[in-house]
Ligand binder design. Structure first.
Ligand code: ACO
Length: 404
């Protein structure tokens, strides 16, 4: 029988905190988050100001380097990024090897990890500042190309090479939607909405994927290997994968006849594992400040694209209303989160559903890099949680023929 006293004698005391709900795993100077008040700041700057005024690359620079760039610093940073946006031609061969049914997140994680093979020096834990910066720039520069090509591969279309005259966000859209035979006209409303979305996703302190990046990085693993692990964590439907699930849920409700109350009741039924995707958050228990900004952006984009009457939007609005008035959601403080609205915007922008989480990964990249860099600079110890052992205490081996 399990004897907690005996176990304590063997292991000493450990804190039991499943899901790390109350465990501060690190000290960080990157992102401030107050879940009760709904506050989010990057390096002290309110998310509302950054989403309104900054470009995504400026925010990336801020997160990674700690301060907003001067014009000269920004121009140099942007120039470097454009110089590295091409990927090695052999990456095309790896991409070609994936079946078209492959989910782009799986491709993204694999190709990012494969960068360690193309840049073998990147795995050294002893890189100097310039070498480290080069790895960082390479990753920021190449991720949109890899992401867009993973999409092109999944639909069997020819890859489109990056254009250095376009800004980061516009270039990504161009590589996604252009064909050799038909150039994609970059729509400024779309670029502005995407820029905002990427900024809102850029960091979120010690969330699941970022903690993964830090944990893997704490073993002195490379930047590319650590970020690849973070991409896999983000893929999970309870994390970044929720934005894809939101649209799939809205479509399922529509196909079922559009009765939202049926699905709300399902979500409330404790014998049913169904959850309303895009509702609830581990940290924000009043509202998600990012969701507030995105909701306005979603309205603007849908207006600008003439899609304000879409049936999916109507279903989304009904769910949103229910969450604000239904006792079940109010009591548990389950508000629409950032993924609820980001899925709607991505859908309106014509981004394929399977690419939603990839878009999130492109946005989250600067945060992962900043957190990995901070971990290294602070020389943090290897992450190694303990456990409460609840298995058999001790038993004797029996030969296979003698087992019951
Ligand atoms: N629909 C219905 N009920 C829910 C939902 C939901 N979306 N979310 C939580 N609940 C209920 C739980 O059943 C639980 O009820 P109980 O107290 O009666 O048992 C209560 O609310 C608390 O839920 P927990 O799962 O304990 O909350 P936790 O903080 O662990 O989980 C999470 C947060 C994972 C985000 C959860 O709310 C969820 O699964 N949401 C849907 C998925 C989603 O949108 N994920 C994206 C998160 S944002 C991001 O990653 C960028």
């Amino acid at each position: 029988a399990f004897d907690i006293g005996k176990l304590r004698d063997q292991t000493g005391y450990v804190t039991y905190d499943p899901g790390y709900k109350n465990t501060g795993a690190t000290k960080s100077a990157i992102t401030f988050l107050d879940g009760e008040e709904g506050i989010l700041r990057y390096r002290g700057y309110p998310i509302e100001q950054l989403a309104e005024k900054a470009s995504f690359l400026e925010v990336a620079y801020l997160l990674i380097n700690g301060s907003l760039p001067t014009q000269t610093e920004f121009d140099a940073f942007r120039y470097e990024i454009t110089q590295h946006s091409l990927v090695h031609e052999d990456i095309r061969k790896i991409l070609d090897g994936f079946p078209s049914s492959a989910h782009p997140m799986g491709i993204l994680a694999s190709i990012v990890c494969s960068l360690t093979a193309f840049y073998p020096k990147s795995i050294s834990p002893e890189l100097n500042k310039d070498e480290l910066n080069l790895n960082i720039v390479r990753l920021i520069a190449k991720l949109p190309t890899i992401a867009a090509w993973s999409y092109k591969n999944s639909v069997g279309h020819p890859y489109v090479y990056p254009r250095n005259d376009l800004d980061y966000t516009a270039n990504f859209l161009y590589m996604m939607f252009s064909f050799p035979t038909e150039k994609y006209e970059v729509n400024p409303v779309v670029v502005s909405a995407l820029n905002k979305l990427l900024i809102l996703h850029a960091d979120h302190e010690q969330n699941c994927s970022t903690s993964t990046v830090r944990l893997v990085g704490s073993a002195n693993a490379s930047l590319y290997g650590s970020v690849s692990a973070g991409i896999n964590a983000l893929w999970g439907p309870l994390h970044g994968g929720a934005n894809q699930e939101v649209i799939e849920m809205l479509e399922a409700i529509e196909q079922d006849g559009g009765d939202t109350s049926k699905f709300i009741n399902k979500a409330k039924d404790k014998n049913d594992s169904f959850r309303l995707m895009g509702f609830g958050h581990r940290v924000y228990k009043n509202f998600d400040p990012r969701a507030k900004i995105i909701k306005v952006a979603a309205d603007e984009v849908l207006q600008a694209l003439g899609m304000q009457d879409s049936p999916l939007l109507k279903i989304a609005q009904e769910l949103e209303q229910a969450a604000l008035t239904d006792q079940y959601f109010v009591e548990r403080k389950l508000y629409p989160n950032v993924d609820f609205y980001s899925g709607i915007i991505y859908k309106a922008l014509g981004i394929p559903t399977e690419m939603f989480t990839v878009m999130f990964a492109v946005g989250r990249l600067p945060g992962w890099i900043a957190q990995w860099k901070e971990l290294r600079e602070n020389k943090e110890p290897i992450g190694r949680p303990r456990q409460i052992y609840v298995g058999e205490l001790e038993r004797d081996y029996t030969a296979i023929g003698e087992r019951a």
